[in-house]
Design a protein around this ligand. Sequence first.
Ligand SMILES: Nc1ncnc2c1ncn2[C@@H]1O[C@H](COP(=O)(O)OP(=O)(O)OP(=O)(O)O)[C@@H](O)[C@H]1O
Ligand SMILES: [Mg+2]
Length: 367
Amino acid sequence: MSTVPNTNILIVDDDERNLMALQELLQSPMQNLVLASSGEEALRHVLRDDFAVILLDVRMPGLDGFATAKLIRECKRSRHTPIMFLTAVSEDVSSMFRGYQAGAVDYMIKPLIPEVLKSKIAVFVELHNKNATLAGEIAERKLVEERLRESQENLRALATHLQSVREEEQTRIAREIHDELGQALTGLKMDLTWLASRLPAGQKPLINKTTSMFQLMDNTIQAVRRIASGLRPEVLDEVGVAAAIAWQAREFQKRTGIRCKAALPTDDLALGAEKSTAVFRIFQEVLTNVARHANATRVDILMQLDAETLVLQVQDNGNGISETDIHSPKSLGLLGMRERVLPFGGTIEVTGRSGAGTKVVVSVPVR
Ligand SMILES: Nc1ncnc2c1ncn2[C@@H]1O[C@H](COP(=O)(O)OP(=O)(O)OP(=O)(O)O)[C@@H](O)[C@H]1O
Ligand SMILES: [Mg+2]
């Protein structure tokens, strides 16, 4: 439970006896009464402290009540503090208007009726305390929001980091498989060629055996290449993202029978390794979705440089993704794509038309 601190009330009157009388009347353990005997002194107080309400005498030497109220309103801290003018009965109605113009919220004429004054003040005090509680709650909520934002940023950074660790790991494994296994297999094939050429003629079973060994070896070499480029296509590092996308589209068409038509830029995009990898991985993910969910027969791929932004558009002619799937928090594949381009200030736009296919547009700022 939050405790409300003592509430400050400022009483301003040049007459000592009035101050004493008001102090006597309003004294309470929950209220902290601050007394000022001039407008100048009152201003010093409002600069230092917050008040639930200010009781202000109108007629004072030096700064009078109206001038003091005006200055109180100009001060940032007390801009909204309620001011209640207290004045003698002899003053006329026009000064009452001046009081409201100067920013008063109430105007009481002496002699004061203690119960009326007390209950009015109680309303201001309650209002002040509620405001304080509300301000506390807002500050707390802001803090929670800030923490949430921080933790979201941390998670995002972690995801990006894991992604790049995974990518590095795959590149390393791909290279090792390609270099070590690839070379060993090539060596074996050379040895086998040597052996086969030295087999005595007429040894049919041995010749047949070497033939099937050649076959097996070629298949294994192919498999090693496939596994290595599945982990990380060399073309991505060697020729760049456009070439890698063209290669991936050809592979996809071969594997799935879904026709791929690609219009890609021919010149070097100079996208950098990280962005290239992100765009390429997103493209792979989009194609995987087409194969798994779209029931499409054709995919159109368009990549171009629009001003400073690389735009990759992939359109299939399948059943079309639903709005629900586009926005579902369970669509982790789509979420992963969005997260991939976020560090570069990129975006992913997914649209679907029932029966007329799905379009995914990836935009990544080049610089
Ligand atoms: N090209 C598409 N055509 C039709 N529906 C699609 C297409 N791409 C995605 N969807 C729909 O959107 C959903 C979410 O896709 P998302 O890639 O996020 O998840 P997923 O492919 O089901 O699983 P994951 O990618 O995590 O293995 C899919 O389950 C599918 O219903
Ligand atoms: Mg998917």
